[in-house]
Design a protein around this ligand. Structure first.
Ligand SMILES: [Zn+2]
Length: 268
């Protein structure tokens, strides 16, 4: 979207206008943006590396004329095929990008009672075709395809297990539904970042529940190098991170990534 409305100061901004605000003001206002047409919660996106100027986004953003340009760009925007074009596919996360060294049969996957997911045993016949996917195209499908994120297509993390997409992937705004000690693929928009007392990187999602992703001090540089990005460029990007959710002493929810390799960014 080219414009957004800040409900805090009742002002409409274009992307460049918003980008030009003083840092402190922008940091405050960016959590109070809505679509000028339908008032869906919106977020600010800085100028992208691809050259796209500062603008706004909203997800989900349906039944609104201003949502059209992004829908058109869709999952095909990066030359990636919508996973759902191959119904019945079981998706295996490409270890070249994703796995890292993993221990076969590692415990700690979701085995909890009441899970509609459960470990894929490999004996079922409902999914025959297997497709190998990297994380970034997977993130794009999560962003653009409601059908994919609510599907029961199995997604396998080699050596860790496999789960239906609808159980494995959780938007940041839904983390309250998650169990602790359980692996999920968390995804959504980055609102801003901060630095912990120990130089860890706190990636704040700013949604209703304001969960943060914590990157260990030793992993910050490998994380930035892997994604060829600076901390300042993270704001407004989408991120996918496999990890578990915890609560700090003061009740703040945070996500600990399983590994830097199991993260993906998209700043389209
Ligand atoms: Zn709208």
């Amino acid at each position: 979207m080219d414009t957004a409305f800040c409900i805090l100061n009742r002002t409409e901004y274009t992307g460049p206008q918003f980008a030009a605000l003083p840092d402190a003001q922008r940091a405050q206002y960016r959590r109070h943006l809505v679509c000028v047409k339908c008032e869906t919660t919106a977020y600010f996106r800085k100028e992208a590396k691809s050259g796209q100027g500062p603008c706004f986004g909203a997800r989900p953003h349906t039944n609104c004329p201003l949502a059209t340009p992004e829908s058109v760009r869709g999952v095909g925007g990066g030359g990636e095929q919508d996973i759902l074009h191959n119904p019945g596919t079981r998706i295996v996360i490409d270890e070249a990008q994703g796995g890292g060294p993993v221990v076969n049969g590692e415990p700690g996957g979701r085995g909890g009672a009441g899970s509609s997911g459960g470990r894929f045993t490999g004996t079922g016949s409902r999914q025959n075709a297997v497709s190998h996917r990297r994380l970034r195209p997977l993130l794009k499908n999560l962003i653009y395809s409601v059908a994919f994120r609510t599907s029961d297509i199995y997604v396998e993390l080699p050596g860790r297990g496999a789960w239906p997409a609808r159980d494995l992937f959780v938007n940041f705004s839904d983390v309250s539904k998650c169990r602790t000690q359980t692996l999920y693929g968390f995804w959504g928009v980055i609102y801003d970042t901060g630095t912990g007392y120990d130089d860890s990187l706190w990636i704040n999602t700013g949604d209703r529940e304001v969960v943060s992703i914590v990157i260990d001090p030793d992993s910050v540089q490998p994380f930035l190098t892997r994604h060829k990005i600076t901390v300042g460029e993270l704001d407004g990007s989408h991120i996918l991170v496999f990890g578990t959710i915890s609560k700090s002493g003061n009740g703040k929810q945070y996500i600990k990534p399983v590994s830097i390799e199991l993260t993906a960014l998209n700043d389209d």
